[in-house]
Design a protein around this ligand. Structure first.
Ligand code: SAM
Length: 233
């Protein structure tokens, strides 16, 4: 992967950026996504935010190599501290992390989202944490996508400002994704999750129950029931 030839995962993230957007890519690593967005004349300007020195240096070198310094600013910062109101960022992308980490990045310094009207988030796991954060903070899902690349399954969640009402099933599995239960990747994801939950339940059964474990067991049983209902099993 490089800035010219993005992974399928990041190409799909890029496809939700509107033409002319001012984008902040938080946790940008090599800044491949911002470089792609500028090269393809999708974004007008971009900020690449990074909290770790190595990836921050990689992003800076990438942007210098590609001679994109006039279009992309790299900032060494934790989460949304990479952006200020004066940047007039309208789109934030956060990709390649767990859902809870993405939700916590959005939760800290959320006042810095004042000018932002679109969030494009790509959690590797636990997308539910993002749906819960969105629901509590007046963001609504406008699109969702699931894809498989190199044996890994990824979800993309696109949010705009507004309210939504989700059922427990929709929080877990996604209100858009759940409308296509024939989607092979969607089925595979929940087969894998269910197998893992059943493995944990068996381990709990063998080990015996503390009250904490009892709670975990009940939580898993509820999730298994939801998934079974969705697939009519
Ligand atoms: N976004 C790229 C992608 O999807 O390929 C890189 C993903 S990489 C697995 C995660 C990156 O996020 C790392 O470079 C890490 O340093 C950065 N990161 C993690 N927490 C962060 C935070 N709070 N603020 C900024 N960057 C963060």
């Amino acid at each position: 992967m490089n800035a010219q030839r993005l992974s399928e995962r990041l190409t799909r993230v890029a496809s939700y950026v509107k033409t002319g957007a001012i984008v902040a890519d938080i946790g940008s690593d090599h800044a491949y996504l911002p470089c792609y967005l500028i090269h393809h004349q999708i974004a007008e300007k971009a900020i690449a935010g990074e909290v770790a020195k190595g990836p921050y240096d990689s992003a800076r070198n990438q942007i210098m190599d590609e001679k994109l310094e006039n279009k992309i600013t790299v900032r060494f910062a934790n989460g949304l501290k990479a952006i200020n109101h004066e940047d007039l960022v309208d789109t934030v992308t956060i990709a390649g992390m767990g859902g809870p980490l993405i939700a916590s990045i959005l939760d800290q310094d959320s006042d810095r989202l004042a000018t932002v009207n679109r969030l494009i988030l790509q959690p590797n796991i636990h997308a539910k944490a993002i749906r819960e954060w969105a629901n509590a903070n007046d963001w609504k899902l406008v699109a969702e996508e699931i894809l498989q690349e190199d044996d890994k399954i990824y979800e993309i969640l696109v949010l705009e400002r507004g309210k939504m009402t989700l059922s427990e099933t929709e929080f877990l599995m996604g209100p858009f994704l759940i409308t296509d239960t024939q989607n092979e990747v969607f089925r595979l994801k929940w087969e894998k999750e269910s197998t893992e939950w059943m493995r944990i339940l068996e381990a709990i059964r063998v080990a015996g129950l503390s009250s904490e474990v009892q709670l975990k067991k009940e939580e898993i049983e509820v999730k298994l029931k939801i998934v079974k209902e969705v697939f009519g099993a």
